[in-house]
Design a protein around this ligand. Structure first.
Ligand code: DAK
Length: 260
């Protein structure tokens, strides 16, 4: 697996994926998006990984957006290609069969905020800053910002943030529900790892099916959503881990999930 701008580290059951272009504040160019796609393909295959942390190299930035220098002179056709590439990668991440925690040290702007929103859970440092500043560049958010931000923070706040391009700090992001937790910068990775390991102690297939039920169920009406949940609930009963989890409870012993 040859990567230029993304690194993948495995710590027992947890993968740490780092966008590594600190000189450009980890801005997403097409090379980086392709690397990210390659890493996600690897994560999809690895059955020994139960949770993923996505972060940016350096303390200053998670991801400062799509690469403006690369985008500046794109033709309509190239713009479309870039958009499709990014959207496919973000969607693949969102649908990855493992929970993904974004660990956000600093700037999460434009495509960076959108990347964080394609993750399941967001932990931010006290220094993190968030914005969808695209309108100031003459474009709309293009990696799902107009769709995921209102789903996370509600219509009114999303419209305010997107129409103004205002940068908000971590405490405000926490207040509006854009991030789950704010921690001191020096504790960021430790907190993300603690959370990832805690999730990884649970039955991985059940966690995967919870993600599927939440992601699919929230896209349809409640009558269909309940069926999505029932389908995923049913699937648990074909797993050894369901027998193990319930067996361990009845027998009052420690459980030992095998991801089977
Ligand atoms: N792209 C490319 N390079 C960037 C960058 C970016 N988004 N952000 C920062 N850099 C680079 C800077 O150019 C600079 O490079 P050098 O000049 O040193 O070579 C280096 O990172 C350090 O940045 P600064 O010198 O500016 O650092 P400061 O601390 O002074 O400022 C800043 C930090 C984050 C406030 C500032 O860099 C900044 O405003 N950056 C741009 C933030 C931004 O507007 N981000 C949103 C980008 S728009 C699409 C789908 C999605 C998108 C577009 C299309 N389609 C569907 C087609 C997404 C769009 C976006 O994300």
């Amino acid at each position: 697996m040859e990567l230029k701008n993304v690194t993948l580290e495995k710590k027992e059951k947890v993968a740490i994926v780092t966008i590594n272009r600190p000189k450009a504040l980890n801005a997403l160019n097409s090379e980086t998006l392709k690397d990210l796609d390659t890493v996600i393909a690897e994560l999809e295959k690895d059955k020994d990984l139960y949770a993923v942390i996505l972060t940016g190299a350096g303390d200053k930035s998670f991801v400062a957006g799509a690469d403006i220098a690369e985008m500046k002179d794109l033709t309509e056709e190239q713009g479309k290609e870039f958009g499709i590439l990014g959207n496919n990668v973000f969607r693949r991440l969102e649908n990855l069969d493992k929970p993904v925690i974004a660990a956000i040290s600093g700037f999460a702007l434009g495509g960076g905020c959108e990347l964080a929103m394609a993750c399941d859970i967001r932990i931010a440092s006290e220094k993190a800053k968030f914005a969808q500043p695209e309108v100031g560049l003459g474009i709309t958010p293009g990696f799902g910002g107009t769709q995921r931000l209102p789903r996370i923070v509600g219509l009114g706040k999303a419209k305010e943030l997107i129409y103004t391009g205002d940068i908000i700090k971590a405490d405000e992001a926490l207040r509006i529900g854009l991030v789950n937790k704010v921690v001191p910068l020096e504790n960021l990775m430790e907190e993300a790892l603690t959370l990832a390991n805690k999730i990884a102690e649970n039955a991985p297939i059940a966690v995967k099916l919870c993600k599927d039920a939440i992601n699919r169920g929230t896209q349809v009406d409640m009558d269909q959503a309940i069926l999505v949940e029932a389908e995923d609930f049913g699937k648990c009963f074909s797993t050894e881990d369901q027998k193990e989890g319930m067996g361990a409870f009845i027998e009052r012993r420690a459980k030992n999930f095998q991801n089977k």
